[in-house]
Design a protein around this ligand. Structure first.
Ligand code: AMP
Length: 543
């Protein structure tokens, strides 16, 4: 017997229609590439997104066609999101921080016929122009007064194009399983891989973000969206915040400590999302100006492991709750978030930190497991390491146009490439990437755990731990560390410090101090390049 309830497709334009109708006056504040601060409302976003969709249709954009964006966080980028997905085309957000050869690979692989580009990325696109033969139109996201000169063909001015569109454009009723957006993984090895989202997966992910066990956006929130819109739709905020009727604040390209601090204070932001590197810059700035964050209620920290010192500083010094989150381009991105349970209230601060350092529990809609070398499912005891697998409503079912794709098994489990533990309460903790874990004498040593301990030392600014080949143990850990300015800490002292927290056999064999560590396009440590740099390194214990 069928139920007798209404059914409407879960499509992205429905989020905009709701926000426009029920939260029309909620503000969207953007720092623009032209230098000004722009303000308008959800109602304005609705009108302009329809105009843009109508104008893109007039340019010949057809359903299913890819429309690429190369842009910072801002209201025009948000309009592109809703216009492109809403009209049935596929929004392809391209990460402009990638290397040029990755950029042209991604744009060509995605087969976009049109690119919407921020003023600041016009030179980058200009440089790639010869390689992007399938691009028919370039739309520069500015007004006529700021249009730059460039070599690109078929260039349009965004504001003029938008003006030519009809405000009466009607969003088509799409199949919720149809593709809405395309993102590529940053890919430290091999070519970047495409993840093709559906309307349904994006709407369900946005629903899940509202849960108090997740980010819990509400109409009382003002959200500073620091995580880039080109990185999994700013972790889905571009949809979830609208669903909640929350005010949005976009920093444009100003992601340094001073700019983030200014927006947090001036717009009285209650929640913000970013990777640890951004928060480190904010911390340094707060320290230098003796600042405070009275309006900020919580920060979502993910993308890489949140260091203990960061949780302590946010919570103990500034009264801001840290929500440690884990996810991937392939997982929507939100997979797990860390909230304490009532029983944790009885723990002392140090015991609570030990829980908060974990990446948290899955939110409804996804399921997790850890498996061993032979695929056997491992116990939730908080100690056993295994390959982390995930399945759920917003987890990819394979990569776009990838042959011989083995990322998802026959039962629908996606192989994350992460190594993790899961404890008896269901809290997952990433201990490594599969390729970064150090295999010493048949035991696994977590590089991330050692890094977290090293940066917990007041004299260490940043640290990476990599495996070095060892004649007896196969692999042993090497710490590559950046000292805090002015510090003279030596390797003996740092290793002694690490030895206070881990078993003797897990203490690294050596430390190399460097001026800076290499990072990839999304701010993560580039361990591949470190491994190359230290290939053949002779450990003092190797003889
Ligand atoms: P990306 O697809 O670029 O977002 O990268 C996803 C990867 O980032 C994951 O597979 C993890 O290795 C890593 N990652 C994301 N969040 C965290 C976190 N909170 N702690 C540790 N690693 C993380």
């Amino acid at each position: 017997m069928d139920g007798m309830m209404q059914e409407q497709p879960l499509i992205v334009s429905g989020i905009l229609t709701f926000a426009e109708r029920w939260h029309p006056t909620v503000e969207i504040v953007s720092r623009t590439a032209e230098g000004s601060v722009h303000r308008y409302s959800y109602a304005d976003l609705g009108v302009r997104s329809r105009q843009l969709a109508s104008a893109l249709q007039a340019l010949g954009v057809a359903p299913g066609e890819r429309v690429a964006t190369l842009a910072w966080n801002g209201y025009r980028h948000l309009e592109a999101y809703y216009a492109v997905s809403g009209m049935g085309a596929v929004l392809h957000t391209v990460n402009p921080r990638l290397f040029p050869e990755q950029l042209d690979y991604i744009i060509n692989h995605g087969e976009a016929s049109i690119v919407l580009v921020d003023l600041s990325f016009v030179p980058l696109l200009d440089q790639l122009a010869d390689k992007l033969s399938q691009i028919e139109h370039v739309v520069i996201m500015t007004d006529r007064a700021h249009m730059p000169s460039c070599k690109l063909a078929n260039v349009h001015c965004y504001e003029e194009l938008l003006d030519s569109g009809s405000r009466a454009f009607a969003w088509p009723e799409l199949d919720e399983r149809s593709a809405s957006a395309l993102c590529y993984t940053s890919g430290t090895t091999g070519n970047p891989k495409g993840v093709l989202y559906s309307h349904r997966s994006m709407v369900l992910h946005a629903f899940a973000s509202q849960s108090p066990n997740s980010i819990g956006f509400s109409q009382r929130d003002t959200v500073l969206v620091v995580v880039p819109q080109f990185h999994v739709f700013a972790w889905g905020t571009s949809f979830s915040a609208l669903m909640a009727g929350a005010k949005l604040v976009f920093p444009g390209q100003g992601m340094d400590g001073a700019s983030v601090y200014q927006l947090l204070r001036e717009e009285q932001c209650t929640v913000s999302l970013a990777v640890p590197t951004i928060w480190m810059m904010l911390m340094a700035h707060l320290e230098s100006v003796d600042g405070d964050l009275p309006a900020l209620d919580r920060v979502v920290i993910g993308g890489s492991a949140c260091p203990e010192a960061m949780i302590r500083t946010f919570e103990e010094r500034y009264g801001v709750k840290v929500l440690h989150a884990w996810g991937m381009t392939e997982t929507g991105p939100l997979g797990t978030l860390n909230h304490l349970q009532p029983k944790h209230d009885a723990l002392d601060a140090d015991q609570q930190i030990a829980v908060k350092l974990k990446q948290g529990k899955p939110i409804y809609g996804v399921d997790l497991r850890i498996v061993g070398e032979d695929g056997e499912v491992l116990p939730h005891d908080g100690e056993t390491f295994g390959r982390l697998q995930i399945k759920g409503h917003w987890i990819c079912s394979g990569y776009y146009k990838l042959e011989n794709d083995t990322s998802v098994d026959a039962d629908g489990w996606f192989e994350t490439g992460d190594v993790a533990t899961i404890d008896a309460d269901g809290y997952m903790q990433i201990t490594d990437r599969t390729k970064d874990v150090i295999k010493s004498g048949g035991e696994w040593i977590s590089s991330i755990e050692l890094e977290n301990i090293a940066v917990g030392h007041a004299d260490i600014q940043e640290a990476a731990v990599i495996a070095i080949e060892h004649p007896k143990w196969d692999e042993r850990p090497l710490v590559v560390a950046v000292r805090v300015a002015g510090s003279t800490i030596n390797s003996v002292d740092l290793l002694a410090y690490i030895g206070r927290f881990v078993a003797k056999w897990q203490v690294p064999d050596a430390v190399e101090f460097v001026d800076e560590l290499p990072h990839g396009a999304t701010g993560k440590l580039n361990k591949l390049s470190l491994r190359q740099k230290f290939q053949g390194y002779k450990l003092p214990t190797a003889d």
